[in-house]
Design a protein around this ligand. Structure first.
Ligand SMILES: Nc1ncnc2c1ncn2[C@@H]1O[C@H](COP(=O)(O)OP(=O)(O)OP(=O)(O)O)[C@@H](O)[C@H]1O
Ligand SMILES: [Mg+2]
Length: 366
């Protein structure tokens, strides 16, 4: 997968800026706060339809403007695609593919595939469960088009159920709707759990291999933690749905009392073990970083395995956070795919073997 061209219009601190990229390594240099991460954020937005630094897409619209447009031209499996994302301050986001508007944002997820690696990912293992769910969801939304649709529907129904629980204090008749929403969440949740379980199974195997190369003798295992009553997350959707309902019914009274949703796959997590012990509490700083690196590099390999081509790799400032040994470990595994690396260090440039260097100052290529 190769992103050949990108045009930004009023996105973050960019006015109108075109980019023509190298098919291999693109180095994005500049001082702090010039727009390096903004550029990666725009590329990732075309792939995920989200902004990785905020849940509020309108924050991407340049201050003082009403509309931002990101246009990318890329090639996948010898097919050229133009994707255009229009973000508005007052309207919902639009996605256009080769000049036609797509009905749902989820229809665009995974056309352009990206794996982002930023300093926050180095704390993936010690961060809260939300970060690990996001790690799973970002990959799966791109890898499995059906997943993005089901997840979007789950989030919509969940938000509705949250409102029912919250407003039922003033309006108790709303609770008549509760069981129907719970049932819909269990139905969608069963589909989500199966996708996640299969993905984690292959991710764990690959991450284990990569970790063992970086830290010989250490065993990294990744497990999938979902709703307690689900005996086998790889079982059929019907079986899982029944087990989810069982858990939801057992928590019905508690959900009403606490006015919050206590049961469901929106609480899923990954368990990460090093030599059989929880990495978050037993791992050293270096071990935890290596394990996070292995997870992210394994994510990239999952894409290659699924498609036979590498996703774009977006490395935001991550190398500056690593010691020399781990930097080399990452750089040596980049292989054939297209890579975008941001850095503040002009002197570091020769090490990356960049085909093209973009120097960014105040939202312009200089
Ligand atoms: N909607 C917006 N409109 C205008 N400017 C914005 C908007 N959103 C962010 N910015 C500006 O973009 C700049 C940050 O850009 P970015 O995060 O890309 O910096 P960077 O080059 O990655 O810096 P660093 O090296 O510190 O990571 C900030 O100065 C910020 O004020
Ligand atoms: Mg930055």
């Amino acid at each position: 997968m190769i992103l050949n061209g990108l045009k930004l219009h009023n996105f973050r601190n960019y006015g109108d800026e075109p980019f023509a990229f190298d098919p291999a390594v693109n180095l994005i240099l500049g001082e702090n706060a010039q727009g390096k991460t903004n550029l990666l954020e725009a590329i990732a937005a075309l792939s995920t339809t989200r902004l990785f630094r905020t849940g509020q897409k309108k924050e991407g619209v340049r201050l003082g403007e009403n509309e931002a447009v990101i246009t990318g031209d890329f090639v996948t499996e010898n097919i050229e695609i133009e994707l255009k994302m229009k973000i508005f301050r007052e309207k919902t986001t639009e996605i256009w593919k080769n000049g036609s508007r797509l009905r749902r944002l989820s229809d665009a997820q995974g056309l352009l595939k990206t794996v982002l690696f930023c300093p926050d990912d180095l704390s993936l293992i010690r961060a809260g469960a939300t970060a690990r769910r996001k790690f799973l969801d970002t990959a799966l939304c791109q890898l499995r088009p059906g997943y993005a649709t089901v997840l979007a529907e789950y989030e919509r129904v969940l938000a509705h159920k949250v409102r029912i629980l919250r407003d039922s204090e003033d309006n108790p008749s709303l609770l008549d709707l509760l069981d129907d929403f719970t049932w819909r969440l269990c139905h969608l949740g069963a589909l989500i759990i199966r996708y996640r379980a299969r993905y984690v199974e292959s991710l764990s195997a690959r991450a284990g291999e990569i970790h063992a190369e970086a830290a010989p003798g250490e065993v990294l295992e990744v497990g999938y933690d979902t709703v307690r009553t689900v005996a086998d997350p790889l079982a059929s959707a019907e079986i899982i749905e029944g087990q989810l309902l069982e858990h939801a019914q057992a928590h019905r009274a508690a959900e009403i009392a606490s006015r919050s949703t206590l049961s469901g796959c929106h609480k899923d997590d990954l368990s990460i073990l090093l030599n059989g012990l929880p990495a978050a509490s037993y791992g050293s700083q270096g071990q935890v970083r290596t394990a996070a690196l292995a997870l992210k590099l394994a994510e990239r390999d999952m894409f290659y395995r699924a498609d036979g081509e590498y996703p774009l790799l977006l490395l935001d400032d991550v190398l500056s956070e690593l010691d020399r040994k781990r930097q080399d470990f990452v750089l040596n595994r980049l292989g054939d795919g297209q890579v975008f690396i941001t850095s503040c260090e002009e002197e570091a440039a020769p090490r990356f073997g960049a085909g093209k260097i973009f120097r960014i100052a105040a939202g312009r290529v200089v």
